[in-house]
Design a protein around this ligand. Structure first.
Ligand code: ZN
Length: 250
């Protein structure tokens, strides 16, 4: 049955190629393992002095039937105040990923976000794609944002960093070294091009999963539909047993 003759190579699909693949993998394996080892050792040595590590997290702090709403690209003079009202009405804390330029324009909104007990997240100065940037360039940009936030809301903690476009490059390590947790997302409701409040409500309800960080926007365009959808979905999520939690900090 299990014939191991010279014909095996012809009859067993893929077998003739098999010896080649491992050779190629072996050639790659050494540098990959070395790189992984270097990464781990640099994390390990940096670990004790950092509050967070460089992992991009996509889940809530507590897990279980919790969810984190995160709002990007603000603060916005029209939609952020409305959103804050909605969140206050439902007694929900969220996370705001702020552009430094908008922070400088509307510092009073940042202090209101912080005063309401929401979490702050650095989202670059002007939504730059940092994918190809050096660590120094990234650090400079992130420091400008943090300085603007601290001027607007003295004493506020900047817990997270989110890379514009999810183009992370070397930014997770830089953010972590500055004490900010790299913050990704598990569900994106696609509100950057408003599809109608009803559609956004459906997307939130369909895409929510236990422990998910959800990506939404309160700035960068007309976010009226997002604010209304948030207002409508919070009671429905609570009715389904969800509670609202902050994104995880490792
Ligand atoms: Zn953004």
């Amino acid at each position: 049955m299990n014939r191991t003759t010279s014909t095996t190579a012809k009859t067993a699909a893929g077998r003739p190629n098999r010896p080649r693949r491992p050779r190629r993998l072996r050639r790659l394996a050494a540098p990959l393992l070395l790189a992984a080892g270097l990464c781990m050792s640099s994390l390990a040595t940096a670990g004790p002095v950092q509050a967070v590590d460089g992992t991009v997290i996509t889940y809530t702090q507590s897990g279980g039937r919790t969810v984190s709403f995160t709002f990007d690209d603000g603060p916005d003079p029209t939609h952020t105040p409305r959103l804050l009202e909605v969140l206050r009405k439902h007694n929900v804390k969220a996370t705001f990923c702020l552009w430094g330029d908008h922070v400088r324009q509307y510092p009073y909104l940042v202090s209101r976000i912080a005063a309401d007990g929401h979490r702050l997240c650095n989202h670059s100065m002007a939504h730059q794609d940092m994918g190809g940037w050096s660590q120094q360039q990234i650090r400079q940009n992130l420091e400008q944002v943090n300085n603007a936030i601290r001027r607007a809301a003295p004493g506020a903690q900047i817990t997270y960093f989110r890379a514009p476009y999810g183009s992370w490059g070397q930014s997770p390590q830089v953010a972590a070294s500055m004490g900010m947790q790299p913050l990704g997302w598990r569900a994106d409701i696609g509100d950057w091009q408003p599809p109608g409040t009803g559609e956004l409500v459906n997307r939130i309800m369909q895409r929510v999963t236990p422990g998910a960080v959800m990506l939404m926007h309160d700035g960068g365009g007309d976010r009226g539909q997002t604010v209304s959808a948030v207002d409508q979905t919070i009671p429905r999520l609570k009715a389904q047993g969800y509670t609202f939690d902050q994104p995880a900090v490792r």
